[in-house]
Design a protein around this ligand. Structure first.
Ligand SMILES: NC(=O)c1ccc[n+]([C@@H]2O[C@H](COP(=O)([O-])OP(=O)(O)OC[C@H]3O[C@@H](n4cnc5c(N)ncnc54)[C@H](OP(=O)(O)O)[C@@H]3O)[C@@H](O)[C@H]2O)c1
Length: 276
């Protein structure tokens, strides 16, 4: 049995689907219960990652665990997993963990989660993706209202990755022994600026879409309405001060799965209905 945390999220849903397609028994953890449109062959269980004491039923009979980063009590959760007989954990981290910069709040929670996994006594694999193609869903409200998207960090190229490719890499790491003890830096096939993504999305949707670069002060004020200041500071450190280079393209998706990473056009076509 495999336990997939965040089983209804962009990445967790893909991990669960990839394991189910491989014919493995999969349990997906969320706080909200089973979604209406989950992949076939996945059972759902309720639990809260911030409350490791609620996770014993979810961990029963589990040998491989896919874990999201940044929740309270990661060490207790991993100790609970070890007691339950889990052998291997695959942690979702992020590309910025490589910096080791504990002053950046995003890097910090990734690094602390990685440290907890390395200290857990379980076999481990750490997956460090670049920004997700699914972050493009943030544009849906603007695209429902018109053809202009006002977006922050317009000059920043990111080799965005399809969560389906993260799911394929994670599933391979859980199903085989050869990725244990490895840190996998996974990216999409090419760096894209927000305007590049919007042009490709427009082509898929048959719409003439235009990007309006949001000034940094306006972006900061808007982001502060949706997330704690320390995370806004972290993203400004990455993308305005330039501490993080996510334009780097790696061969890891191909190396681990045997096929190239999906393009943004493929992602957009697969999710076009969400933008209609
Ligand atoms: N977006 C990026 O570009 C990026 C890049 C690198 C790394 N990451 C990391 O990737 C993570 C996952 O991203 P995603 O897009 O897959 O996330 P997502 O779509 O927001 O999904 C989050 C999932 O976690 C579950 N969840 C949330 N809080 C929980 C809790 N306390 N206990 C149990 N389950 C909980 C949610 O289900 P319920 O709400 O039903 O509980 C949902 O299934 C991010 O949180 C981030 O740390 C993101």
């Amino acid at each position: 049995m495999f336990l997939v945390t965040g089983g209804t999220g962009n990445v967790g849903r893909e991990v669960a689907a990839a394991l189910a397609v491989a014919g493995e028994p999969v349990r997906a953890l969320t706080r909200g219960g089973a979604p209406a449109d989950g992949p076939d062959g996945v059972e759902y269980i309720t639990g809260d990652l911030n409350k490791p004491e609620t996770l014993a039923p979810a961990l029963e009979g589990v040998r491989g665990l896919f874990l999201l980063p940044g929740y309270d009590g990661m060490a207790e959760l991993l100790a609970e997993a070890r007691r339950a007989g889990v052998e291997h954990v695959v942690l979702l981290s992020g590309s910025s963990a490589e910096s080791g910069d504990m002053a950046n709040a995003v890097s910090r929670y990734m690094i602390e989660s990685e440290d907890a996994v390395r200290a857990s006594g379980l076999a481990w694999t750490i997956v460090r993706p670049s920004g997700f193609m699914s972050n493009t869903f943030e544009w849906i409200p603007q695209l429902k209202a018109g053809d202009v998207v006002r977006a922050p960090f317009a000059g920043v190229p990111i080799a965005v990755i399809d969560p389906a490719d993260i799911g394929a890499v994670v599933a391979a790491a859980l199903l085989r022994d050869d990725q244990r003890g490895r840190v996998l830096r996974v990216t999409g096939p090419e760096p894209l600026r927000p305007a590049d993504r919007l042009r490709i999305l427009g082509g898929v949707l048959g719409r003439d879409l235009r990007l309006d670069a949001q000034p940094d002060d306006e972006a900061r004020a808007e982001m502060l309405q949706n997330m704690p200041e320390k995370y806004v500071d972290a993203f400004f450190d990455f993308y305005v001060a330039g501490s993080l280079d996510e334009s780097v393209v790696t061969t890891t998706v191909r190396d681990v799965t045997g096929r190239p990473p999906r393009t943004f056009e493929q992602w957009a076509a697969a999710h076009a209905a969400s933008f209609a």
